[in-house]
Design a protein around this ligand. Structure first.
Ligand SMILES: [Zn+2]
Length: 380
């Protein structure tokens, strides 16, 4: 079993759910605490509320992984009479670190919106609004034969040579002769100043994701024996490694009418109630193609129309936005924001797999506090 340090956990987490996937201005990442400390108990939660913090204190938690960022607006005063401020103080007093994965988790492939699509049983799921694309590049680096393996390993360990999720360490090698004459202030690894040199070299070619180029070049520089390594990078046109974005669109196994679909949504997300926006109040409208976006994503409804969805599912729909949706002829089902609670078992599953894979000495605990602020009248 290996001791888990906050930094190492975050590094691993951000490989799967990178911060650059977050929407602009979204305060994702570390919110409270210190990443240099050992983590013994992680709690996963949708929201960080005072009740959740009390639960964390009782359960001796030292790291909270939350979906919703607890600090959303700037803090002007540290007045402990304010329950939100008191909550931050409790976290600090009890040495609890808080880290939030918000829209980066929504946009991640295999993240929040995919979990919601799964829960509804959608097929042929695609991204509703593609907003980010990883482009591929090709790197060619020239290395003396003696160091080819070391450099190959360094760049592939840094993430080069990955083709889809199914192939890693992919590279291509050509052998040849490298020629150079060190001059002036040169301090060559091979050869002498003023003397033409000839070295058996390998040209190693790999494909890589553009975002990883800097890291991979750093790894290459560290492993390469030459004072001035020679390399080239090329753009790889019309080939995109992976796309990311908000919301998902998919198809139901069987077409159903809106009334039955609403019941299906209620059951799938285990909610006590929901709101339906039906143009002409027609509950018989046939539903097959479903667009969804977790959280409060009413403003993205035109994307659902563009994707020819029969219905759009999102939470917190505003009165006037509902009028606009209705006027545009779009059927909308609003099961509330709290359907994102699916992240609790899903994050727990994800972390438990990493714990096994990497032998982390850590306990992963789901929060059991109900953070839904709404109660439906059928529960009264
Ligand atoms: Zn949310």
């Amino acid at each position: 079993m290996k001791t888990l340090i906050g930094f190492d956990f975050v590094k691993h987490f951000e490989k799967e759910v990178p911060l650059w996937l977050a929407e602009d201005g979204d305060p994702v990442g570390l919110h409270v605490g210190d990443l240099s400390k050992t983590i013994k108990k992680i709690m996963v939660t949708l929201d960080v509320r005072p009740e959740v913090v009390q639960e964390a204190i009782e359960k001796n938690i030292d790291f909270i992984l939350a979906h919703h960022p607890p600090i959303y607006s700037p803090i002007a005063r540290l007045d402990l009479a304010n329950p939100q401020i008191k909550m931050y103080a409790d976290l600090m007093k009890n040495d609890i670190t808080v880290y939030a994965a918000h829209t980066n988790l929504d946009n991640a492939n295999g993240g929040m919106n995919d979990w919601l699509a799964d829960q509804l049983g959608l097929n042929d799921v695609e991204i509703m609004d593609v907003s980010k694309t990883i482009c591929l590049k090709r790197l060619a680096v020239y290395v003396p034969e003696t160091h080819a393996e070391v450099v190959r390993q360094a760049i592939t360990s840094a993430g080069a040579g990955k083709i889809t999720d199914n192939y890693k360490d992919c590279s291509y090698t050509l052998e040849g002769i490298g020629r150079f004459t060190p001059v002036n202030e040169a301090d060559p690894t091979i050869g002498e100043v003023g003397k033409p040199e000839k070295v058996m070299e390998e040209k190693i070619e790999v494909i890589l994701e553009e975002e990883k180029l800097t890291t991979i070049l750093e790894a290459m520089y560290q492993a390469h024996p030459y004072e001035e390594p020679v390399f080239e990078t090329y753009s790889v046109d019309q080939k995109q490694a992976e796309t990311f974005g908000l919301g998902r669109v998919g198809n139901l196994e069987k077409e159903m009418n809106l009334k039955d679909f609403a019941k299906h949504v209620k059951k799938s997300f285990k909610v006590d109630g929901l709101r339906v926006i039906a143009p002409q109040n027609d509950l018989n409208k046939k539903i097959r193609r479903v667009a969804l976006c977790g959280g409060d994503a009413g403003k993205y409804y035109p994307k659902a129309i563009q994707k020819e969805a029969d219905v759009y599912i999102t939470g917190d729909v505003y009165y006037h936005t509902a009028h606009d949706m209705q006027a545009a002829g779009l059927v909308v089902v609003d099961p509330g924001h709290h359907i994102e609670k699916v992240c609790i078992p899903k994050l727990r599953e994800m972390l438990t797999e990493w714990k096994k894979e990497l032998s982390w000495d850590v306990e992963i605990i789901p929060s059991t506090v109900n953070t839904n602020p709404f109660i439906f009248d059928n529960q009264l």
